[in-house]
Ligand binder design. Structure first.
Ligand code: 5GP
Ligand code: ZN
Length: 142
């Protein structure tokens, strides 16, 4: 638990939250400023800032919870689809530094946009540039 972390406080019950699911390692609750009815945040109980800070088992548990909740949320609010995503780091728009997956219900004709809308424009990279980037990513894992 991290002092001054609003999500740690919700997980511990010190702060109120509309909790929709909890298990040994994860908790899910409604976003206080929802982008749509049913907008839900899925968090690990333990305080980790970014996706890459979670141990493997915690990362698996977070995705397992998202996987379980998506159909329940879609059913509950009668959504046609959902966007699922993480703002991972301040530059990417992460405001609360306790890793959290957003599940945002989507409705036919809601006027929203796909997750591609996070970028201001599309990069124009040729095949050689893509190959070089792919090689850099592969070798970063060695
Ligand atoms: P981020 O930009 O960090 O990915 O998203 C943080 C999210 O947390 C926002 O969508 C915001 O509405 C939500 N949020 C911020 N403070 C609280 C809170 O105290 N309770 C709940 N339930 N959600 C919060
Ligand atoms: Zn926290």
């Amino acid at each position: 638990m991290s002092e001054d972390c609003i999500f740690c406080a919700i997980v511990s019950g010190d702060q109120p939250g509309h909790v929709v699911y909890e298990d040994d390692s994860t908790v899910a609750f409604l976003d206080a400023n929802p982008l749509a009815p049913g907008h839900t945040l899925v968090v690990p109980r333990d305080h980790h800032e970014r996706v890459q800070d979670m141990p493997d088992d915690v990362a698996r548990d977070v995705f397992r919870t998202i996987h379980r909740l998506v159909p329940r949320i879609e059913d509950a609010v009668d959504a046609d689809a959902t966007n699922v995503g993480f703002n991972n780091g301040e530059t990417a728009g992460q405001v609360v530094p306790h890793v959290h997956g957003h599940v945002v219900p989507r409705f036919e004709g809601d006027g929203g946009r796909p997750i591609h809308a996070v970028a201001a424009s599309q990069e124009d990279l040729d095949d050689d540039e893509l190959a070089a980037i792919a090689e850099d990513v592969r070798s970063a894992g060695e």
